[in-house]
Write a protein of this length. Sequence first.
Length: 298
Amino acid sequence: MSTTETPTRPAGAAAPDQPAFADPPTLGRRSALAVAGERGRGAGRRLRRAGATVLRASAALVVFLALWEVAPRVGLADPVFLPPLSTVLSTFAGLLVDGTIGAQVGTSLARAAAGFTIAVAVAVPAGLAIGWYARAAQYLGPFFELFRNTAALALLPVFVLVLGIGETSKIAIVVYACFFPVLLSTITGVRTVDPLLVRSARSLGLSSPALFAKVVLPSAVPTVFTGIRMAATGSILVLIAAEMVGAKAGLGFYITYTQFNFQIPEMYAGIVTIALVGVGVNGLLVLVERRLTRWRAA
């Protein structure tokens, strides 16, 4: 009798209707976990790099502040003329609470803002004209070059004699000090615009106003803001010097007043206030510059 033999599969062989290899049910989840882990490690590395950058940037400042605190206490400096940092900060906090510092800062910032605004409003159009039009550079260049090399503080007696010791002379000296950094940076920004961009815009039929608005100004903004930031810092410094000469309010007046009355901690508190105001103004201008030049990161 013949029998039909049924073929047998070797042990472990796959069935014909099943794939030879099947993905484990956790493979997709493992891939997602691996990606998430890689992202987490990348974020951690970025955080560590940012922390190291901040630490390096603040190391010198921390050492300076620590030396300021320790030197008067160990006899390296006379505490009468250089009080410890903690004493100055305590005095600063008291002046801030009673409104003394706020009033002086408000007076100085109002003067600086007025002069700075006038200088920017005049210097930017003048810089655009000199940088773009050769005829304007020919006529106005030598005039501005003459006064650019004359320090603002050297002309302070002239401003006081002509305009008096009131607000007008102080605002005028700020205008003079801020005008030339903004003017020179604007001229440089216009003259360094890529000529290929200008030729391309002209080939598209853009008019001169449209060319300025769409090509020249956006390209020149970063350079112009460099001068604006320099002018803003210079406006505060020059104004402080002017207020020391003749004023009845303002940070410069307050520092001179406290010096004459031998109120040394109050004097240093005024100096610290100037530093904080300068840092704050520069930070504000950096934010404005980043907002106006977002196209550079695109």
